[in-house]
Design a protein around this ligand. Structure first.
Ligand code: IMP
Length: 200
């Protein structure tokens, strides 16, 4: 069975990716813990550039096929911020809750119709053996809720309101999230490529 390394240190992302591909006959593995890997400098100008950067660097270091995600939250009222800087929003020292509370305080008093937002995910695959790079993107549209709710998921999920469900992303199950999320939409595009290249 072919092996693909998920080039992410984010346990939630790893779980979502593994769950999404659970039926494919590929062995998805997390990054090896014992290896002292150099931090990836995420200085790309887009999600796609950063996803490719992560996958390329890990593929080179490990000599393995690597799949990496770069993602974030884009808020219309903030002209697309925090965007590719979502992980470091507020200066870098804030935890997930502090980051989403900061967004809520900036949007305080802004009516729901002006709180449009999107989660965006770029997923890159780098295969050093076939000398191949593939990158795809997925989006999930929603609104910034007025207050946080839900305990599932991670990051900005508790403030990402999905009108179709009348729930936040943190209130729906992982199974449901993996049908509609930005990452799921990007992974869906990647799925056919993986099946063709690595299972047939
Ligand atoms: P990255 O690890 O550089 O791609 O940073 C992604 C950041 O965007 C995370 O730290 C989260 O704050 C946010 N993010 C990405 N995907 C999700 C998601 O599925 N739910 C909630 N927040 C997310």
């Amino acid at each position: 069975m072919n092996q693909i390394i998920i080039g992410s240190g984010n346990q939630h992302k790893i779980e979502e990716i593994k769950a999404f591909f659970s039926e494919i006959k590929i062995d998805f593995k997390a990054l090896p813990e014992h290896r002292n890997l150099t931090e990836v400098v995420e200085d790309g100008k887009s999600y796609k550039e950063n996803a490719l950067k992560k996958a390329r660097q890990r593929a080179l270091e490990l000599n393995e096929i690597v799949l990496a995600d770069d993602s974030g939250l884009s808020v219309d009222y903030l002209d697309g911020a925090p965007g590719i800087y979502s992980a470091r929003f507020g200066g870098g020292g804030l935890d997930d809750e502090e980051k989403y509370l900061k967004i809520l305080s900036i949007l305080d008093g802004v009516p729901l119709e002006k709180r449009k937002a999107a989660f965006i995910s770029a997923v890159a695959l780098v295969d050093p053996f076939k000398n191949e790079e593939i990158v795809v993107e997925g989006r999930c549209e929603g609104f910034i809720a007025e207050e946080p709710s839900g305990a599932n998921g991670f990051g900005y999920d508790p403030i990402f309101y999905l009108p179709k469900y009348n729930k936040t992303m943190a209130e729906i199950s992982q199974v449901e999230k993996n049908k509609i999320s930005h990452r799921a939409r990007a992974l869906k595009k990647m799925k056919a490529v993986l099946i063709k290249r690595y299972t047939e």
